[in-house]
Ligand binder design. Structure first.
Ligand code: PXP
Length: 252
């Protein structure tokens, strides 16, 4: 059965806008899990613009499903992860000026440093996911550096300017999911997914997990977090994880 992990960074963004103690991403995580989310994701950024060290520490104590710490592959973050012990870490590229994570990691271009980061986290008993663009080069590199999971960056697909490029990007996601799965990697997908654009991805049986933040938190403003998580979860649970796959172009 496909899984849904909810990113609660935006709750912390709202809190930081006032510099006070509400809304609390810990409370949001408890509600998301109560609504059935399989995991909670937080991105501890170098600049601490939303999630704080305290959030990660308290979440480690209260999250019952998988706690996924998104982070840059820096010594500081690897040290924090080793101390706090999330269930998994998703390594992402991080730029100070970006609004959100903009592109996938260049694993192929940084094999040695990636291999070292993956090894350090795995030695600490943490599963490692690499957030990469859907290309065969990056998937093979993720396999080479011994990551256990790849999270395919769906942002380009979600922002495709027209139908032709949308289909092309879906094809790339599908080919990538298959290749990763053949190499023994677990496959997740995320960035920009919402109730409208997630459907074609749900039909890709290799994708075992969806990482979704913005659209769920945005919808929660109007309908509440439990309902927003529940609506997405209802879609994710229809994912064809055990069906034989056929090319996405034929299904559309
Ligand atoms: N996966 C990764 C690696 C991300 O950096 C983000 C954004 O924080 C997401 C998933 C969730 O993306 P969105 O907030 O657009 O759903």
């Amino acid at each position: 059965m496909a899984r849904l992990s909810v990113n609660v960074d935006h709750v912390a963004t709202l809190r930081q806008a006032r510099g006070i103690d509400e809304p609390d991403p810990v409370w949001a995580s408890i509600l998301a899990e109560k609504a059935g989310a399989d995991g909670i994701i937080v991105h501890l950024r170098e600049d601490r613009r939303h999630i704080q060290d305290r959030d990660l520490e308290v979440l480690r104590q209260v999250v019952k499903g998988d706690l996924n710490m998104e982070m840059a592959a820096t010594d500081e973050m690897i040290g924090i992860a080793g101390r706090v012990g999330p269930d998994l870490c998703t390594l992402v590229p991080e730029k100070r000026q970006e609004l959100t994570t903009e592109g996938g990691l260049d694993v192929a271009g940084n094999l040695e440093s990636m291999r070292a980061a993956v090894a350090a986290l795995r030695q600490a008993g943490i599963r490692v996911s690499l957030f990469i663009d859907p290309t065969s080069e990056q998937i093979k590199a993720a396999h080479q550096v011994e990551a256990q999971i790849v999270e395919l960056h769906t942002g380009s697909y979600c922002n495709a300017p027209d139908e032709e490029s949308r289909l092309k990007l879906l094809g790339a996601l599908e080919d990538s999911a298959r290749l990763a799965s053949r190499l023994g990697l677990k496959v997740a997908a995320g960035h920009g997914l919402n109730l409208r654009n997630v459907h074609p991805l749900l039909a890709m049986p290799e994708i075992e997990e969806y990482s979704i933040g913005h659209s769920i938190i945005a919808r929660a403003v109007f309908v509440g977090l439990e309902q927003a998580v529940g609506e997405m979860l209802a879609l994710v649970r229809t994912a064809a994880s055990n069906r034989p796959s056929e090319p996405v172009q034929r299904r559309l």
